[in-house]
Design a protein around this ligand. Structure first.
Ligand code: CP
Length: 308
C-alpha cells in the first residue's frame, strides 16, 4: 500500500490513485449538486492558498472545496504580503508553516517551487500550477469531465491544441491520459508544438484537419504569452485562421466530439465564441464545476493520509 503526503504532479501517481480520486470526486460532484455539505471532514484543519500567479478558477475552487469540507481557509494575498519586501519563498512558507497550516496550496511561476516547499514544511503541499511543469488538479478535473460525458477514461482520442510548449495543463494531461490508456494528439505550429515533444502514445500534428480527424475530445489551450520569449506566432489573426477552433475545424473531429478549455479563454484567438458557448459540444462550464469536486476529493484524500 502506497501513501502520498503531497500532490505535486500527475507524475508519481498511478492508475489506481487516479481512478480512486475520480471516484471520490464524482461523489463530491453529486453532493454539490444536491446542495448538501460535509463540513465535519476537515473541521479544525487550516488550508492556506498561496498564489504567486493570478488565478480565478483554481484559487476560488480550492477555497470553496476547503470550506465545503469544514476547513479554515486563508487566502494569502502575495501582492500585499512581505514577499514585496524581499521575503523569500522558503521564508514565507516557513512562516505559514509555523502557524500550523495543514494544507498549503501553491501556485508559482517557477517549475519545481511546490516540490521545494514540500521538502521544507510540515503541511501537505498541493501544486496549483508551477511554471510550465504541472497543474495536476486541472488534469484530474479534465479527466472527470471526460469520464462523465464519455462513460470512460481510456481508449479515447484526445486532441490537445495550441500552445503546448508553455502549458503545464498540457503536460499534466499528457501524463494522465497516456497513463490511463488514451491516445493523445498534440496540434499546433512547430514553434508551439515541437516534434520532439511526442512520447509513447502521443502524436504531433501541425495541421488541424489531420490532427482532429476521429478525435473524441478537443482540448484548446490559451497562448501563454507571459511565458514566451520572442514572437512565436506571426499574428493573432493568423494563429486563429490556422489553429483557432471554429465550427468548421470542429467538424473534422467526430460528430459527437466535445470541446474542453481549462480557461481563461481568449475568444477569437484559440477559440471562437460559437464553439465555446455551444451548449451541445462545449463542456467548459462543467469543467469549472468539476474543479470544485476534484479539489474536495484531493483535500479529503490527503487529509486522510493519501493512501492508495
Ligand atoms: N485553469 C486555471 O488554472 O485557471 P485559473 O488560472 O483561473 O486558475
Amino acid at each position: 500500500m502506497a501513501s502520498f503526503k503531497h500532490l505535486l504532479g500527475i507524475e508519481g501517481l498511478n492508475p489506481v490513485a487516479v481512478t480512486n480520486l475520480l471516484d471520490l470526486a464524482e461523489s463530491y460532484a453529486l453532493l454539490n449538486r444536491s446542495g448538501k455539505t460535509q463540513r465535519d471532514l476537515l473541521r479544525g484543519r487550516t488550508l492556506i492558498n498561496l498564489f504567486f500567479e493570478d488565478s480565478t478558477r483554481t484559487r476560488t475552487s480550492f477555497e470553496l472545496a476547503g470550506r465545503r469540507l469544514g476547513a479554515d481557509v486563508v487566502n494569502m494575498s502575495v501582492a500585499t504580503s512581505s514577499v514585496t519586501k524581499g521575503e523569500t519563498l522558503l521564508d514565507t512558507a516557513a512562516t505559514l508553516n509555523a502557524m500550523n497550516c495543514d494544507l498549503l496550496v501553491v501556485r508559482h511561476n517557477r517549475s519545481g517551487a511546490p516540490a521545494l516547499l514540500a521538502q521544507k514544511v510540515g503541511a501537505s503541499v498541493i501544486n496549483a500550477g508551477d511554471g510550465t511543469h504541472e497543474h495536476p488538479t486541472q488534469a484530474l478535473l479534465d479527466a472527470l469531465t471526460m469520464r462523465r460525458n464519455k462513460g470512460r477514461i481510456s481508449g479515447l482520442t484526445v486532441a490537445i491544441c495550441g500552445d503546448v510548449a508553455h502549458s503545464r495543463v498540457a503536460r499534466s494531461n499528457i501524463l494522465l491520459l497516456t497513463m490511463m490508456g488514451n491516445f493523445v494528439r498534440l496540434i499546433g505550429p512547430p514553434t508551439l508544438v515541437p516534434g520532439n515533444i511526442a512520447t509513447s502514445g502521443v502524436e504531433v500534428f501541425h495541421d488541424m484537419k489531420k490532427g482532429l480527424e476521429g478525435a473524441d475530445i478537443v482540448m484548446m489551450l490559451r497562448l501563454q504569452k507571459e511565458r514566451m520569449t520572442g514572437g512565436l506566432i506571426p499574428s493573432m489573426r493568423e494563429f486563429f485562421a490556422y489553429y483557432g477552433l471554429d465550427r468548421k475545424k470542429l467538424s473534422y473531429a467526430k460528430p459527437d466530439a466535445l470541446v474542453l478549455h481549462p480557461g481563461p479563454m481568449n475568444r477569437g484567438v484559440e477559440i471562437d465564441s460559437a464553439v465555446a458557448d455551444d451548449a451541445v459540444r462545449s463542456r467548459i462550464t462543467e469543467q469549472v464545476e468539476m474543479g470544485v469536486a476534484v479539489r474536495m476529493a484531493v483535500l479529503d484524500w490527503l487529509a486522510r493520509g493519501g493512501v492508495v
